[in-house]
Design a protein around this ligand. Sequence first.
Ligand code: 13P
Length: 263
Amino acid sequence: MERTPLIAGNWKMHHGISATGKFLSELEMRISRDAGAKKALEGDFIEMAIFPPFTSLWRALEGKRYLPWLKVGAQNVHWAPEGAFTGEVSANMLREAGCDYVIIGHSERRQLFGETDEQVRRKLDAAVSAGLLAVLCVGETLQEREAGETMAVVERQLMKALVGLPPDEVGRSVCIAYEPVWAIGTGRNATPGEAQEVCQAIRRFVAERFGDEAAMVQRILYGGSVKTDNAAGLLSEPDVDGALVGGASLQADSFAQILAAAL
Ligand code: 13P
């Protein structure tokens, strides 16, 4: 079965409402000039998603009026449906707002905000139950890679996050993003070979735990210093089904170039 490639832009804490509006107009202009990209997006042969900060979500969702193929997601979610959790937003609230996707377990949340594997699991459950598609981030630190622990770390993160989900939900409702921590925001991307090696091992892991069917439809993204000049190489690997892009997703032009590289 074919997996629809996903080019996702994690804006992190960048682009307020006005910058989001500017990005959308530039994206519309850029895509309208690229017949191949337009056709692929309109025909659902490829997906483009942006993940703006919470306050910019409504503006991005408004952009769907003239960019109907654009997917929009949040960068975080709380596991409870509602309650006394100051500063948090629930999965149903994101769904009601019109979000398609949500990023869960990004390494910045794990490292800077102390998010645990258990919290990641609860968030993933809540997101999937609410009908959101989840982008589950996993990846090792440089120290862990150098100690030869890459797959042990990635498998632990996957196992703890996915443990409660029915096998058919794993492939269908979760995109796994392999983001080595040492490659995020450093300009030092994994080589296509390194990305493929881990993405292939992730697919094998999904097959062993959740069955061949789940593994076949499982989308696996690579993230970490994806740029216009390295995207084609990374995306041509057989087990890399897309990219989770940080810095290079902030400009419509470079983001669209990365999409073009995937085609
Ligand atoms: P950079 O593309 O800026 O390295 O960020 C990657 C990332 O963390 C995406 O989630």
